[in-house]
Design a protein around this ligand. Sequence first.
Ligand code: GDP
Ligand code: MG
Length: 452
Amino acid sequence: HITDNENLRTPIVCVMGHVDHGKTTLLDRIRGSSVAAGEAGAITQHIGATEVTIDSIIEHSGASGMKNNFIVPGLLFIDTPGHHAFTSLRSRGGALADLAVVIVDINEGFMPQTKESLQILKRFKTPFVVVANKIDRIHGWQPHESASFLETYNKQSERVRADLDNKFYEIVGELYNSGFNSERYDRVSDFQRNIGIIPISAVTGEGIPDLLMVLLGLAQKFLESNLHYNASGPGEGTILEVKEEKGLGTTIDIILYDGTLKKGDTIVVGSLGEPIQTKVRALLKPNPMGEISAEEKFQNVESVTAAIGVKISAPNLDGALSGATVRAANPENLDTIVKEVQEELDEVQISTGTTGVTLKADTIGSLEALVNELQKEDIPIRKAEVGDISQRDIIEVSAIEDPFNAVLIGFNVKMLPDAKEKAKGGDLKIFQNDVIYRLIDDYKDWVKEKKE
Ligand code: GDP
Ligand code: MG
């Protein structure tokens, strides 16, 4: 099939799942094996992301005959920082990730964050695969370094295969309960109707060639129309993290998903208050030589083109918001872009002034997820904001008379010291957690108890 692939950007892939199920190990392995194989240029380390070229993927999958069948240039994996599972998922178009990998420890099965990941993917209609990780931990497993899943599976004893199958079908059952039909990836004929599950080991690399091939297949099939972009258009991206850097002050790590961003460009950056207007002072990529000295941690570049992870150094970045948008602007459209960036944030941050609970979350993406889940449960919301719990929040919520609404729900946020003081004497109920489901369950249990 003939396509003009000049302007197809690299699909952005997000790895999600419960903590300790192997997200970091999987990305390290994908990076490491190509580096170890000495494939110069096969892997590019970005800020907040890892790019794997199509050549490298094909090499690993032993499918070199298929090279011309692929139209995407590779895959860009986002290294989701710590607990910020949702941060990276937003973009102006809805979801930042074109594709996702949901990782489940096959020995532990589904956990709260696994379910949360699935809810978010469902809402954004993001195509995804599930990996059943840590198959090497199955008792009696004989590892075959970097082998395809079927190859290693067929070499295992009958008992080990049966054990894997049992654990595997528990995951199929859990997915069914979450509203998804699934099957082992090699038995899926229509990836739009069935979720493919790939058993892997992030440590031995078994099953990883299969995972990469399935991801490419999904990209080809479902994303082609979404991946056309305007390489010469203005840069547009999502903030992954706001970070202090020695000698640079506050910087933002972004994933640029459209256009080109240049040094000196005027940018509009989503923040807690009015959007920030500033000029790109430097665009920084990781130093490919891996220099140890801090000064040489980054490499200065003149411009970057999507899809790419990059650090932006610019004045006035304090207050920039994880999950918010960054857009290049020119004097003609600056006002419009400022307005649009503001509107996107207003869409998520609610201040109804009516009655309901008060929400605080760490990023715009996580706030959106929290608001959505509460709305599904018909829990009324008075106010939803990004930021730590402040003294002002405590005072405001304490003043609410209805005890069911004098409730503050914090997702992934801290309570500031003076707020802690105030909260001691405050007439309110506070819930804090880093799992949305726990927050909702705790809140519902509390309401039930209180009503009895
Ligand atoms: P994350 O929190 O999802 O990023 O999980 P990590 O990648 O940090 O993994 C958590 C722990 O599980 C680490 O000790 C890893 O070494 C281990 N781990 C991850 N994947 C595998 C695997 O496939 N096999 C085994 N045996 N251990 C794994
Ligand atoms: Mg990790």
